[in-house]
Design a protein around this ligand. Structure first.
Ligand SMILES: [Zn+2]
Length: 188
């Protein structure tokens, strides 16, 4: 018990990338209305195969970023060489450039992540992230995991601090557009 037990844990309110809520209006994509039924949180499905095509779910989310925040560099599928486990090797992880060291870019990135993780009008937490089948997000030294939804943003200590891009891994269902962002209904 005590303070030490919480060391390194970002407060649960920090759904906007670990920064305090700001007074400025957020820049967010449109928020379409959905029925109350919502996808279960994605479980952790690590990369196990090699499939170097860009899957449609990450491509659609990339386009939403482009429409809202402007064109920027990105990548999805990646070479399967090397031993590291990466959903990029299955074309179901999106890297999209934002510069965490620039105040304007960092705010836009946090606005986008806030949009993905905000509750919907039905009270469903992390609503759009669940409807897209997002499995985890890494941004600016922090990581959000759908399979640990009550933990909020945790410090990320991997070798790449993700200060020049957001990484978003999708479940297979999300990657293949089988979650409710696309189907509108929840089938499982
Ligand atoms: Zn990545």
């Amino acid at each position: 018990m005590g303070v030490a037990a919480h060391a390194g844990i970002v407060p649960a309110w920090a759904d906007d990338g670990g920064e305090k809520y700001r007074a400025q209006a957020r820049v967010m994509p449109p928020s379409p209305a959905f029925p109350k039924a919502i996808d279960a949180y994605a479980v952790y499905e690590p990369q196990t195969t090699c499939s170097m095509t860009n899957k449609p779910g990450p491509l659609d989310l990339r386009d939403i970023v482009f429409q809202t925040y402007g064109q920027r560099s990105w990548s999805i599928a990646r070479s399967c060489t090397g031993s590291s486990v990466s959903e990029h090797k299955e074309g179901r992880a999106l890297d999209i450039s934002f510069n965490a060291l620039n105040d304007t870019q960092r705010k836009l990135a946090n606005d986008f992540l806030y949009w993905l993780l905000k509750p919907d009008p039905h009270g469903n937490r992390h609503a759009f992230a669940r409807r897209f089948g997002i499995m985890y997000i890494i941004w600016n030294h922090k990581m959000w995991r759908a399979y640990r939804p009550n933990d909020g943003w945790q410090w990320y200590t991997g070798s790449n601090p993700h200060t020049d891009h957001i990484h978003i891994s999708f479940s297979w269902r999300g990657a293949m557009r089988r979650t409710s962002w696309w189907t509108r209904q929840v089938f499982y």
